[in-house]
Every structure is written in C-alpha cells, then in structure tokens.
Write a new protein. Structure first.
Ligand code: NAP
Length: 244
C-alpha cells in the first residue's frame, strides 16, 4: 500500500491545492470537507486523474465524534496514515468591540479544537507505526497584528504554540509537527475584503502581490519530505515579506 495523507478542508482553496500537490508527490489522499460535497468530489476526481486513490469524508473537524468516525473510515479505506494537514479554518473579521459570541465560539471550535481533535486521532495511529508528519496551517496574523483580527489571530497564535508542544510530545514517537503561516492568499477567504482594502494590502507587501494556494502547497510538500526530517516544532512564515 502507498503512503496516505489526510488534508482537512480540502474541498476548496489552500486545502485543495495541498491535496493535489501531495497527490503529485504520490500520496493517496483522504479529502475532508464540511459542507461542500460537490467541490470535495471535484477535488477527489482531480486527484484520481493523477493516478492515486482519493476518498472524500464529510466531517466537521470541531466535533470529536465526527472526527473519530472519519478516522475509522480512513483506516478501513487506506490502512495507515502518514501525513495529516490541519487546514480547515474560518475567518470572521470584526473589531474587538463588535465581536459576537456565536462567531467567537465557532472560530475557537474550528481553528483550535478542530486542529487538536484531528492531531490527536492522527497521532494515535502514527505512534503505532513510529512515524508520521503533521502540518498545521497557521497565518501571518499569528505574529502580526492586523486590525479586526483579535479572534482570528488568537486562534492562529494558538496553532503556533500547539505546534511546538505537539512536536515536543510526539518527537520520541517518530512524528514531526510543523506549521506554515501564510500571508494573504487569493482564495474564497479573501473575498470578504473590500476592493479598496485589497489594493492597500497589496501595497503593504514588499513583494507587491498576494500568495497563491500553490505557493503554500509547495512548502507543505517540502515539509513532508525527508529533506526536512530533522525539523520539528517550527513555524514557517510565507508572506512575501509582509511581516518584516
Ligand atoms: P477557504 O477557501 O475559506 O476554504 C475553507 C475550507 O475549510 C473549505 O474546504 C471548508 O469546507 C473547510 N472547512 C471550514 N470549516 C470546516 C469544518 N468545521 N470542518 C471541516 N472543514 C471545514 O479557506 P482558505 O483560504 O483555503 O484557508 C485554509 C486555511 O489557510 C485556513 O486555516 C486559513 O486560516 C489559512 N490561511 C488562509 C489565508 C488566506 O489568505 N486565504 C491566509 C493565511 C492562512 P467546505 O467547502 O465544505 O465549507
């Protein structure tokens, strides 16, 4: 059996690009999504056309019962699990004085609990094999104060700190854990930004452009490879110089 990677939130955007990049690297892919079945099936079809296996799994990563059920299915369908990419996330920008409880709770649940739920289930399986890689998708907002992102930046700061702790706990079990912190990447997530602000943001990036989902996918692919076999617990910022 070949190597298997689970990418959460792989129906669209960065997760889809990562899933396709890892498929090109020869991984069979478990495609997780929350609601968009049609787009998830499209991702899986593109992956299969590359000659590897792909199966879709509808599961809300913030709900532990759904996550456990997904991992049981993955074990039946693929056997082992070599890579987990924790990517499924939400952003709901609001100035502190405008933050409402349902939005706050949703962001904490998906961006923090969701990552821990999936990492826990993945680590249980990887530890048995004595090898594995976990990549957590963070954000430059974890290290750079962006107005309107009190909640989002808090969740991504949590991703950075959980990455370090997971890495320390799991290193003796042969599991590496690293994070990638992208700056602005042109996906659905950015569609809520008004046009005049887009120009302002681009102007603030030293490289004068947004990143692409493929830029992120290429870095994830490298981090999964043996070329990075001695690196764990780190956060790679990928932002065209925005945070400098
Ligand atoms: P996106 O285009 O909005 O896509 C979000 C993906 O996450 C979708 O596949 C969605 O599934 C899935 N998802 C959302 N909630 C979920 C849940 N509870 N359970 C399972 N899947 C769920 O987002 P993106 O821009 O690709 O962002 C992906 C990751 O990169 C996020 O962690 C984000 O914080 C991070 N990031 C993005 C940017 C950026 O500029 N875009 C920058 C830095 C970091 P459905 O299609 O089924 O809804």
């Amino acid at each position: 059996m070949g190597k298997t990677a689970l990418v959460t939130g792989a129906s669209r955007g960065i997760g889809k690009a990562i899933a396709i990049r890892l498929a090109k690297d020869g991984y069979d892919i478990a495609v997780n999504y929350n609601s968009n079945t049609e787009k998830a099936e499209q991702t899986a079809a593109e992956i299969r056309s590359l000659g590897v296996k792909a199966v879709t799994y509808k599961a809300d990563t913030s709900k532990i019962d759904e996550v456990k059920a997904m991992f049981r299915e993955i074990r039946k369908d693929f056997g082992g699990l070599d890579v987990l990419v924790n990517n499924a996330g939400v952003v709901d920008d609001a100035y502190l004085l405008m933050v409402n409880q349902p939005s706050l709770e949703k962001s904490l649940a998906i961006n923090i609990q969701g990552y821990i739920n999936c990492a826990q289930q993945a680590a249980l399986r990887m530890a048995g094999a004595g090898t594995g890689v976990i990549i957590n998708i963070s954000s430059v907002s974890s290290v750079l104060a962006v107005e309107g992102q009190t909640v989002y930046s808090a969740t991504k700061g949590a991703v950075n700190s959980m990455t370090a702790t997971m890495a320390k706990e799991l290193a003796p079990r042969g599991i590496r854990v690293n994070a990638v912190a992208p700056g602005f990447v042109g996906t659905d997530m950015l569609k809520s930004i008004p046009g005049d602000l887009v120009d302002k943001y681009i102007d603030s990036i030293p490289m004068k452009k947004f990143g692409t989902a493929d830029d992120v996918a290429n870095v994830v692919s490298s981090l999964c490879s043996d070329g990075f076999s001695y690196m764990t617990g780190q956060v790679l910022v990928l932002d065209g110089g925005l945070s400098l």
